[in-house]
Every structure is written in C-alpha cells, then in structure tokens.
Design a protein around this ligand. Structure first.
Ligand code: ADP
Ligand code: DP6
Ligand code: CO
Length: 318
C-alpha cells in the first residue's frame, strides 16, 4: 500500500429500529434487522499509511489499536494480505459516548482501506466487511435511511439504502454527556440477551420494522417517531431486566428529558425520543418544530448542550 493522503468520510447514523444483540459474535451477525437515519452533524474522517506495526492515532493522540488490529487482520483474510497500517482518524462526534462513533469510524476505516487496496466494492459489500468491526457501521455507507438485513450468514448480513423520498425530519440531540460510557455497546447487548423479555422484543422488533418501512414510505414523521420511541424504550427495558448484571444507560437528565418530551406531546408538538447506548437523547421531530423543542430544552435545562441534526450523506472519498 503506498503512503498517501486519501481520506474517507463517513457519517454516524441513529437507529430507529435498533440492533441490540448478537447471534454470532465472531461474524457479528445480529439478532434483529435494523433501520437507521444517517446524520449530517456527526462524522469521522480516516486515512491510512504504511507503518511498522498496526497503529492508531485518534484526534491527534496515540490510541489503543487492539480493536483496529483485530479488524485489519479480518480484512487481510477476506481481501488478501497487506502490510501494517497507521490509521489516522478524526472524530467529529464524541467517542464512546452513545453517539455512534463506532458506526462512522468502522465505515470510514473500511472504505479507506478498500480504496487504498485499489479494490472497487459496492457499498453493500463494504457494509458486510464493516459489520465485523462494529455492527452499526454497516449502515453508515448510505445517506438518508438504511436497513441492515440481519441475514443468516456472513454473505447475507449487509445493509442497503432504503431509497426513501425526502421528508422534513429533524433530530434534536440533547447531549447529556460526552463522557466515555462504562459499558460498551458490545458488553451492554451481551447483558441484554439474558433478559427474560428478550424473545418478546425480537418478535416486536420484526413487526416494528415492517411498520417503520411503511411509515417512511408515507413520509409520516409522527408514525416514524412513535414506532422509534417504542422500539428504543423496549431496548432499554431489556438492560434493566437483564438476568446477568442488569444496568441502565439513563441518568437523571435522561429521565428529565423523557418527561419534557411527554409534556411537549401534550402541547401538540411532534416529539419522540430515541436513545442509543448512552445517556444522550435524540428527539425525532420536523424541521419546522426543531427550534421550538430546542427552546423548551434550553429553558428547562440551561446548561444542556443541544444540536439539531438532519438527514446526512453516504460515505465520500477525497
Ligand atoms: P459509540 O456509542 O461511540 O459507538 P461504542 O462502545 O459502540 O461507542 O464504540 C466505541 C469504540 O469504537 C471505541 O472504543 C473505539 O474502539 C472505536 N472507535 C471510535 N472512534 C473510532 C475511530 N475514529 N477509528 C477507529 N475506531 C474508533
Ligand atoms: C444502541 O454497533 O456500537 O446504537 O457491533 O458491538 O460494535 P458493536 O455495537 P454497536 O451497537 C449499536 C447499538 C445501538 C443501536 C444501533 O445502532 O442499532
Ligand atoms: Co457503537
């Protein structure tokens, strides 16, 4: 691999129907299919160059390369051997805070390595590879809405674009904390699998995915939000009811925002919550109502950091 300055930029995505459990850890096959919206605000840019050993620089600081080394070795087996790499990455998203840094990170890394190898793979093929680094990364090659088909083996578990028409959806992101989570997504979902409610959640998730696809085709943002909130709260209920080491990612501020969202709905504002593996709350709304929601949050919680995100693009190279 030549030393070069090519970069890949991939955006994070927020799952509206969540991935929260692995059927096969080695292949990273999920227990459910999932559906996401790619976000414009948050992204990762990654480049690689030849090195003595696999190494990792994140936001200009040397970082632990264990997970990257493991992933690059998987790529070497799948794509043919290549020499050690220095991976240089910038996260324009808080790392390990439940704002999906692993999604944009492993999509950008997969994209740049495959391009540097001179290979031309479709985004669907790239998504199969990135899935092995972090499941949510499979969905970050595509702009707007994407579906990750859970599949039954390595070949059939990949993501693709939903080809939905544009709709005026917005996400108000209440950034409760940028702190590194104590329980990684990988660990959290292993615990959730031990909940006695897990099988019921699987059945419900399959139905919610069908309803969500229909709501998106009809550009029905109210329905998109209400299904997404139901799905997300179900996921977090699994964490609380895990038989082995129950836990929650919610903090007091998370709870406060959830109750503010209920108040907003009583006032006729379109607002629904979704929450990933962290305390931060993403509020699904319309572009028109986003600023009203920001104002309500800022009035109630003056120190809270709030961003408004919209539909974002697929992976790009420069
Ligand atoms: P998040 O909610 O941010 O996705 P996860 O627990 O799923 O949190 O994943 C965090 C992990 O993703 C980090 O510990 C690191 O291993 C990996 N990661 C984050 N950013 C990058 C990056 N830019 N390049 C490579 N790996 C990254
Ligand atoms: C709650 O993709 O971060 O954000 O595959 O173990 O890296 P690993 O997990 P990750 O899990 C994301 C979980 C989620 C829901 C989702 O994005 O679908
Ligand atoms: Co993640």
């Amino acid at each position: 691999m030549d030393s070069t300055t090519m970069k890949a930029t991939a955006h994070t995505n927020i799952a509206l129907i969540k991935y929260w459990g692995k059927k096969n850890i080695e292949l990273n096959l999920p227990t459910t299919s999932s559906l996401s919206l790619t976000l414009d605000k948050y992204y990762t840019t990654t480049s690689v160059s030849s090195a003595e050993i696999d190494s990792f620089v994140l936001n200009n600081q040397p970082a632990d390369a264990t997970r990257i080394h493991h992933f690059l070795n998987m790529l070497r087996k799948q794509l043919g051997d290549f020499s050690p790499l220095k991976v240089i990455s910038e996260n324009h998203v808080p790392t390990s805070a439940g704002l999906a840094s692993s999604a944009s990170a492993f999509a950008a890394l997969t994209g740049v390595v495959v391009h540097e190898l001179g290979m031309n793979l479709s985004n669907e093929e790239l998504s199969r590879l990135a899935r092995r680094g972090s499941g949510s990364a499979s969905r970050s090659f595509f702009g707007n809405f994407a579906v990750w088909h859970k599949g039954i083996d390595d070949e059939s578990s990949f993501a693709e674009s939903l080809n939905a028409s544009d709709m005026p959806i917005a996400l108000v992101v209440a950034e409760v904390s940028h702190a590194e989570k104590k329980i990684s997504s990988t660990e959290g979902m292993q615990r959730a699998l031990t909940s006695p409610n897990y099988d019921d959640w699987l059945v419900k998730s399959a139905n919610q995915l069908i309803d969500m696809q229909s709501a998106i085709q009809h550009a029905d943002i109210d329905k998109v939000g209400s299904i997404a909130e139901d799905n997300a709260l179900g996921m977090h209920a699994l964490n609380l009811t895990a038989s082995r080491q129950p836990f929650t990612y919610f903090t007091d501020q998370t709870q406060m925002i959830l109750s503010l969202i209920q108040d907003m709905r009583h006032q006729g504002i379109l607002a629904y919550a979704t929450i990933d593996a962290g305390p931060n709350v993403k509020i699904i709304t319309t572009k028109d109502e986003a600023s009203t929601i920001v104002n309500i949050l800022k009035n109630a919680m003056p120190t809270l950091a709030v961003e408004v995100a919209q539909s974002g693009p697929g992976i790009s190279y420069d």
